[in-house]
Design a protein around this ligand. Structure first.
Ligand code: IFM
Length: 737
C-alpha cells in the first residue's frame, strides 16, 4: 500500500515487482551517487545500486554503462537462537510481520521499519539513511534492533561486492583492508582501470558477544549479539565512495578520511547539516501549489527527483535519462537534459543549467568524431552520450520480442535534431540569464560546429529551389528515416539563427574572442554557407486545415485509431516502431513532435494553428515516452484549455510515484526514474499554468491555473536577483527576496 503525504511517500510492498519499483520510488542521492530504495539486507536480486555519476565501464563486447559501487551500507540480520530455528530477517522471509519504507523527500532521508515474529518473540528493525549533501561521497545509516524477548542475533555488516549489473560485472582486482570497525574494498574498473574504493565505518552502541570477518562475497563484520528484551542496539554506518576520477588523490585514503570525519561528527550532527542543506535547496527550488494537495505533493516529489541528481560537485557533468537510478539506457545523457530538465534549473538555479552546457562543451570532440564517422563536418552530438561524447547508442538498440534478435534502429544515426537541441539550450541559457560569457568558454564553438553539421547535412533540391533535410528521425521514434520532419527542420533553422545571433553578440562584446574562435575552427569559409542555408531552408507550414504535416507523406499513412492499433499488438512488450513495427505504417506517433515544435516556437504560430494541431495529434499519440504528456499540457495551457491540460500534468508529475511507465522496449529493460518527466511536470506547472516567460530579462506571467488550484508560489533566480513569485487565478505578485 502506497501513501503520499505532505513531504513523504511510503510503501509496504514486499513482492518482487514492488521491491524493484521502490528501488526507483524511494531513491536517495546527491548528484555524485544515487542509492536505490532497497532494504539494508538486499542482495543482488532486489536490484540494489549505488550508482555513480560519470563513471562508465564496458565489459567485453557488451553495452557500456555506468558503474555501481560495492554497497557499503549492507546489513543482514539473522536470528540464530529463535524457538523455531534459524531465520534470515529479510523482507522476503515468511516470519515478516510488518514492513514499511518511507522516503522523506524534504530532506532526502529513507527509513524503514520492519518486524519479524519468531515463535514468541518479535524482532524489530528501524533504519534510516541519507546521501550526504555536505560530502557527496558519503552515505550515512543508523540501524537499530529491538526484540521483545531475549534472543541471539547475528549481524553481518559491511560492503557487499555482489552487485546488480545489467552488463557487468565491472569491477575487478578486489583488495580488502580492515582497521577495527573500518572495512574497505579497493578495486578498479575493467575497461579503463579506474580505481575505486569504498569504506564502511561502523560505530556500535553495544559490545558484541563475538566478532569475525567474512570475505566471501564482500567485506563484512559478523557480530554476535545477545539481545536483551526491550533494549535498542544501534549501529551507525558511514560509507564513503571515491574513484580515480575524483580530484582528491588516492581514492582509498580519501574515502577513509571522509568516513572518519563523518564518524567523528556523529550521525545526528550529520543529519542536522543535511537538513540545513536541503532547506537551502528548497529555498530556491520549491514550487508550492495551493488548493490541490495531490498536485502539490507530486510536483514537489518530482523536484526532489531532480535535485538528488543535480551535478553541483564537479564541472562538466550532466544528467542521464534515468538519473542515478541505475544502469538503464547505459546511464547516457539524451536530449532530455537540454529540452526537459534544463528549464527548471535555468529558472531556479542557473549554475546547474550552465553545468549541462559545460558537459556539452567538454564532449564536443566526441560530437565531431561522430559527424566524421557519418561523413559530415561539424558536430553531430551523440544520441546517448557518456563521458567522452562518443555515442553509446547501438545501431541495434532494441531486442525483438518475437525472434530475440537485436533490431536495426535509427536513433543513433538519424535523430539529427540532437545537435540543434544542444544549440537551443545554450541560446536559451543566454537569453534567460543574460550571461553570454559561456560563448567565450566554448559555447560559441559548439553552436558553430552544430550549424556546420547541418550545412554539410542539408540537401539542396534544385527542382524545389530549397534546402531539405532528408532521411531523419524526429522525436516520434516510431517513424524512422523520414524526410523534412517539421520539428527537425524548425530546430535546424533555430540553430542557424542562434549561430548568426551569437556571432554578432560576441562580435559586439568581445570581438577578439570572436576572431580567435572563428579562426580556430576555420569557420570563415562557412559564414556564406550559413546565410545561404538559413535563407533557403524549408520548414513545413500548416495546411489548409491548420495542421502541420509531421513529415513528408505522413498524411498518406493509414489513419487507424490508437485502440485499433493496440488490438493488433501480439505481445505487450513488442516495439511499435522499426521496420515491422505496428505503428510504422500508421499515423499513430510515439510522443509529442509537431506539438513540441509549436511550444518551442509559439510566437511563430497563431492560437488557432496551435489548437488545430493539438486536436489533430493528441488522439494519434501513444504517449509511449514519458516526455510526451507534459508537452501537450503546455500547449493546451496556451490555447486556454487548462482543464484539458490538467490530467496530462498529473500523469507526468506522478510517474515516479506510481511507477506506471514502460519498463521494456522490446526485450531491453528501460525502467528507472524519469528526470525528463520530472522536469516536464515543472514546465507544465510554471511555464504552462502560470504562463511564465522571460522576455528581455523581464518576467512575464499569464496565469491560467486549473480550477482546482488557488495559487502557485515559486522562486525565480533571474540575472543574480532572487524573486518570490505568487500566481493566483486572477493575478500575481513578484517580490525581490
Ligand atoms: O530521449 C528519449 C526519447 O525521446 C524517447 N525514448 C526515451 C529517450 C530517453 O528518455
Amino acid at each position: 500500500m502506497r501513501e503520499l503525504s505532505e513531504w513523504s511517500v511510503s510503501d509496504s510492498g514486499t513482492g518482487d515487482d514492488e521491491i524493484v519499483a521502490n528501488g526507483n520510488r524511494l531513491l536517495i542521492g546527491n548528484g555524485y551517487l544515487g542509492y536505490r530504495g532497497t532494504v539494508e539486507e538486499a542482495d543482488a536480486s532486489y536490484l540494489p545500486a549505488c550508482n555513480l555519476s560519470g563513471v562508465y565501464d564496458r565489459r567485453g563486447g557488451l553495452w557500456r554503462e555506468p558503474v555501481n559501487a560495492p554497497n557499503g551500507l549492507s546489513v543482514r540480520l539473522r536470528a540464530t537462537g529463535a524457538a523455531d530455528g534459524d531465520h534470515p530477517l529479510s523482507i522476503k522471509d515468511s516470519s515478516l510481520a510488518s514492513h514499511e519504507q518511507v522516503l522523506d523527500f524534504r530532506y532526502g532521508v529513507h527509513s524503514r521499519s520492519s518486524a519479524w515474529r519468531l515463535g514468541g518473540a518479535e524482532v524489530r528493525v528501524r533504519a534510516e539513511r541519507f546521501a550526504s549533501l555536505a560530502d557527496v561521497h558519503l552515505l550515512c545509516l543508523r540501524y537499530s534492533i529491538r526484540a521483545d524477548l531475549d534472543i541471539r542475533l547475528e549481524i553481518r555488516q559491511g560492503i557487499d561486492c555482489v552487485l546488480w549489473d545489467i552488463n557487468g560485472p565491472h569491477l575487478e582486482g578486489r583488495a580488502f583492508a580492515r582497521d577495527g570497525g573500518e572495512l574497505s574494498v579497493s578495486c578498479r574498473t575493467q575497461e579503463l582501470g579506474i580505481p575505486l574504493a569504498v569504506v564502511s565505518l561502523s560505530a556500535l552502541s553495544f559490545e558484541p558477544a563475538s566478532e569475525a570477518v567474512d570475505e566471501s562475497s564482500g567485506h563484512f563484520r559478523i557480530l554476535a549479539l545477545d539481545a536483551k528484551a526491550g533494549v535498542d542496539y544501534t549501529l551507525c554506518v558511514f560509507s564513503s565512495v571515491y574513484t580515480g576520477l575524483d580530484k582528491d588523490g588516492d581514492p582509498l585514503a580519501a574515502a577513509r578520511a571522509s568516513a572518519g570525519r563523518a564518524a567523528a561528527e556523529g550521525y545526528a550532527s550529520a543529519l542536522a547539516t543535511q537538513k540545513e542543506k536541503w532547506d537551502a535547496i528548497w529555498e530556491k527550488g520549491d514550487v508550492v501549489i495551493e488548493g490541490d494537495d495531490y498536485s502539490r505533493r507530486a510536483l514537489r516529489y518530482s523536484l526532489y527527483q531532480l535535485q538528488i541528481i543535480a551535478p553541483r560537485h564537479a564541472e562538466g557533468l550532466s544528467i542521464p535519462a534515468r538519473g542515478l537510478s541505475g544502469q538503464t539506457y547505459k546511464g547516457a545523457i539524451f536530449w532530455d537534459t537540454e529540452m526537459f530538465i534544463a528549464p527548471y534549473f535555468l529558472h531556479a538555479e542557473p549554475a546547474v543549467a550552465r553545468n549541462f552546457i559545460a558537459y556539452r562543451i567538454a564532449t564536443l570532440d566526441g560530437a565531431r568524431r561522430k559527424a566524421r564517422e557519418y561523413g559530415y563536418r561539424g558536430a553531430f552530438y551523440a544520441w546517448e552520450s557518456q563521458e567522452t561524447g562518443d555515442d553509446a547508442c547501438s545501431h541495434f538498440n532494441v531486442v525483438d520480442v518475437f525472434t530475440g534478435r537485436p533490431m536495426r534502429t535509427y536513433f543513433r544515426d538519424k535523430q539529427v535534431h540532437i545537435s540543434a537541441d544542444v544549440a537551443y539550450s545554450i541560446k536559451r541559457y543566454i537569453d534567460i540569464t543574460g550571461d553570454s560569457s559561456i560563448l567565450d568558454e566554448g559555447g560559441l564553438e559548439v553552436i558553430l560546429e552544430c550549424a556546420r553539421f547541418y550545412i554539410s547535412f542539408a540537401y539542396y533540391s534544385p527542382e524545389r529551389g530549397r534546402y531539405e533535410i532528408l532521411d531523419v528521425t524526429g522525436p516520434d521514434e516510431y517513424h524512422e528515416r523520414v524526410n523534412n520532419d517539421a520539428f527537425t527542420n524548425r530546430m535546424i533553422r533555430h540553430c542557424l539563427d542562434a549561430a548568426r545571433e551569437c556571432l554578432s553578440l560576441l562580435g559586439r562584446t568581445a570581438p577578439e574572442s570572436l576572431e580567435r574562435i572563428v579562426a580556430k575552427i576555420g569557420f570563415g569559409a562557412d559564414l556564406g554557407r550559413l546565410e545561404e542555408l538559413r535563407a533557403a531552408l524549408y520548414v513545413p507550414s500548416p495546411g489548409e486545415d491548420g495542421v502541420i504535416e509531421q513529415f513528408d507523406g505522413y498524411s498518406r499513412l493509414e489513419d487507424c485509431g490508437l485502440d485499433e492499433l493496440r488490438s493488433r499488438a501480439l505481445d505487450p512488450r513488442e516495439y511499435w516502431g522499426g521496420a515491422n513495427g505496428i505503428a510504422s505504417g500508421t499515423r499513430v506517433i510515439k510522443q509529442a513532435d509537431v506539438v513540441l515544435m509549436l511550444n518551442l516556437f509559439g510566437a511563430d504560430y497563431p492560437p488557432e494553428i496551435k489548437k488545430a494541431n493539438l486536436d489533430y495529434y493528441e488522439p494519434r499519440t501513444e504517449h509511449g515516452s514519458s516526455l510526451s504528456r507534459c508537452v501537450y499540457s503546455l500547449l493546451a495551457c496556451e490555447t486556454g484549455d487548462s482543464e484539458w491540460a490538467y490530467p496530462f500534468f498529473r500523469k507526468t508529475a506522478e510517474i515516479d510515484l506510481t511507477g506506471d511507465s514502460k519498463h521494456y522496449a522490446g526485450l531491453v529493460y528501460i525502467g528507472g526514474t524519469h528526470p525528463a518527466a520530472n522536469g516536464g511536470a515543472w514546465m507544465a506547472a510554471v511555464l504552462g499554468f502560470c504562463g511564465l516567460s522571460i522576455v528581455d530579462g523581464k518576467i512575464i506571467l499569464k496565469p491560467r491555473l486549473p480550477a482546482a488550484w488557488t495559487s502557485v508560489s515559486f522562486s525565480l533566480s533571474l540575472r543574480n536577483v532572487e524573486y518570490a513569485v505568487v500566481v493566483e487565478t486572477g493575478g500575481y505578485t513578484i517580490r525581490e527576496k
